[in-house]
Design a protein around this ligand. Structure first.
Ligand code: FE
Ligand code: ZN
Ligand code: FE
Ligand code: FE
Length: 226
C-alpha cells in the first residue's frame, strides 16, 4: 500500500509537507490535521498554503453520517419553529388576499412540519432539540429588511414573495439532503416523513411563483409608472 500508485499519489498530495512527520501518527485524522497546522506555522512562514483556512473541529463535532444527520435535524427544527413566528408577521404586512392566504396556509403546514420533525426525532431515537440555524435567522432578517424597504402594497408583496422563496429554497435544499441521509442510514420511516415535508416546501414555492406571475409582479411594475 505504501508504494504509491498513480492514483494513490493523486489522493495524498496534501501529505507532501515533511514538517508533519514527528507529530502526526498517533491521533485521529482531525487532531493530526490540527497538529499539522501548528507545526507548519511554527517552522517557517511556509509558502505552502495547504494548511491555511483548515478549520479545527470542535470537540462535539460529528464523526459520522448519523451524527451529521441528527445535527441537521436540530438545525431545521429550529428553523421551522422560527418560521412559525415569522410567517404571521409576513402575512400581516402583505396586501394581496391571495398572498395572505398562501402565507397563512403555509403557516398551518409549517406547524405540522414541526410536529413531523418531532416524530422523526422519535423514530431515530433522539431527543427533539433545536439548534440555532444561522441561515434561517439570516433569511428571516432579510425578509424583515425587505418589508422595511418597500412601500406597503404590491411592491412589498413582491418583496415578501422574493424573501419567502429564498426561505422555501433553503428548506428544499435541507430536506433534500435530509432525505438522502436518511436513505443512506436505512431510516426509511424517517425518510418518508422528510419526503412529505420536502413535497410541501416545493408546493409552497410553486404557489408563491404563481402568485407573483399571475398578478403581484405586474401590479408592482404598474406602481413604477405612477
Ligand atoms: Fe418548512
Ligand atoms: Zn441551517
Ligand atoms: Fe442575502
Ligand atoms: Fe416552508
Amino acid at each position: 500500500m505504501k508504494n504509491a500508485t498513480a492514483t494513490a499519489a493523486k489522493k495524498t498530495t496534501t501529505a507532501k509537507t515533511p514538517a508533519t512527520k514527528t507529530t502526526a501518527a498517533k491521533s485521529t485524522a482531525a487532531k493530526s490535521t490540527a497538529a499539522k497546522t501548528t507545526a507548519t506555522k511554527s517552522k517557517t512562514a511556509s509558502k505552502s498554503t495547504s494548511s491555511k483556512g483548515i478549520v479545527k473541529a470542535k470537540s462535539s463535532a460529528a464523526d459520522g453520517l448519523r451524527e451529521l444527520f441528527v445535527d441537521s435535524l436540530k438545525d431545521i427544527y429550529w428553523a421551522e419553529k422560527a418560521l412559525t413566528k415569522a410567517l404571521p408577521k409576513m402575512a400581516k404586512n402583505a396586501t394581496s388576499e391571495n398572498l395572505i392566504a398562501a402565507i397563512n396556509d403555509h403557516l398551518t403546514v409549517t406547524q405540522n412540519q414541526v410536529t413531523r420533525l418531532e416524530q422523526v426525532f422519535e423514530i431515530v431515537g433522539e431527543k427533539a432539540q433545536a439548534k440555532k440555524c444561522d441561515a434561517m435567522e439570516g433569511l428571516i432578517k432579510e425578509g424583515e429588511s425587505i418589508i422595511e424597504e418597500t412601500e406597503a402594497g404590491p411592491v412589498r408583496d413582491a418583496g415578501i414573495i422574493a424573501a419567502s422563496q429564498k426561505i422555501e429554497h433553503y428548506e428544499i435544499a435541507t430536506y433534500g439532503t435530509l432525505c438522502a441521509f436518511a436513505k443512506t442510514l436505512g431510516e426509511n420511516d424517517a425518510m418518508e416523513l422528510l419526503a412529505a415535508t420536502l413535497a410541501e416546501e416545493k408546493e409552497a414555492d410553486v404557489t408563491l411563483t404563481e402568485a407573483a406571475y399571475n398578478t403581484i409582479n405586474f401590479d408592482a411594475a404598474e406602481a413604477d409608472e405612477k
